[in-house]
Design a protein around this ligand. Sequence first.
Ligand code: SF4
Ligand code: SF4
Length: 469
Amino acid sequence: MPKKYHIHPKLMPLNLNSLFKFKIERGENCINCGKCTKVCIYEAHKRGKDDPRKMADPNTMVCRNCFRCIQECPRGALEKSLDKDFLNIGGSYWKSDIFITLWKQAEDGKVPVTGAGYRGPFTGDGFDSMWTDMSEIVRPTRDGIHGREYISTSVELGRKLNHLTFGDKGQLLSQIHPTVDVPIPIIFDIPLDNLSPNVKMAQVKAAAELNTFIVLPVKEITPKIGKYINNIIVLLTPEEIDKHQGLIKNARIVALEYTGKLEKQLPALKDKIKKAGNALTIIRVPVTKSVEGIVSRLAQGGAEIIHIVADYHGREIPESAGESYRIIKDIIRAVHLKLVDDRIRDEVTIIASGGIAMAEHVPKAMLCGADLTAIDLPLLIALGARIYEEPEKIIVLPDGLEKITVKTVKQRMINLMSAWHSQLLEVMGAMGIREARRLRGETGRAIFFEEIDNETFGKLFKKRETKNV
Ligand code: SF4
Ligand code: SF4
């Protein structure tokens, strides 16, 4: 059995302006009886450090909204109220609840539990209209997190052979392409330009500790950052390949931005990169209406890894204003099915990014057909970043973040990935899938609301329409 992959979370609070859904407050009618200290198992209520006769302010950060203290306070002195900032943050895709969830995951690396249960809608847009088949959840032997069963979350990046060829004497004639293993199906995508050096370095170190990768433009790779080249995907233009031969020599993966002419140049560029070292090549393709055609041509032309990049809402990038767009779940499915139709799906690795906002989006993107995912904004939300979608995208980083130690920032990203990894194990265990690579394109193990809705009510409504006509 291969060695188990472990991520080590540590409690890592960040004392910067945190965001809460509900604030818990203690009124003046409190008689300091201390009953709330006993009923709250999350220790949100404590006596004052300076004067233990009095209660300290409640710690909203650890509160899980179970309402027990409110019910049990003999004076009705405790109150929960909706925080105003919470309602303003995010937008139609990055809903405010996502911020609270990611923040808590980065705090302690655990899967957040809420005592108030799930009260959200039954379905929604994008990944929210997709459910996974957890029929294996009833089997008590399935327990990926606690180790009774080995579940592998690792995936392989690189070109694969469609079949093997053997000679007359049974000797292998096919040349096996090199691949790179990543223990979780998540890599970090290009950080924002204006990040402070401590945050950039922490992202790189977190990627290295997790044994995954971070995509970095070549100009960002200073000698200090270059020490982590084993976990860096060097992003450059075809024109920069000659200039950075030294860096490419040591890199395991490089990435090139897609341009129309790159399709023709690809074999020559791959050769150039291979001459410098053994790096695999990723082609980053922005998601437009013609993405599946581009991906298919690149795959036929010998591309090893293709990264499809949707916008931060997980939408297609419109070619003209007001154009309709597909969303990441449907884009990945279209790309996957095109490659299956063209009989080349197994030969190429597909990375999907844009709109990967929650842990559950990772297995869902893979069920739609991605081999792995790339994330960027969740890493910043883990550090307290606030995103406002309307009227335009604004990302606000918390004041003072640039003074937080690299160790703290790095640990919060590791905690976030620990929580996501645990949730991936839970989903895979409940689905009865033991290898992450087997999630890819398993749409038979997912339920899509649009399809169920159409199957159940489609005919009815069509009939009604016909009648009216
Ligand atoms: S249980 Fe109520 S009255 Fe007693 S210390 Fe807590 S808030 Fe105050
Ligand atoms: S609502 Fe529940 S979790 Fe929150 S402070 Fe009260 S007892 Fe603790």
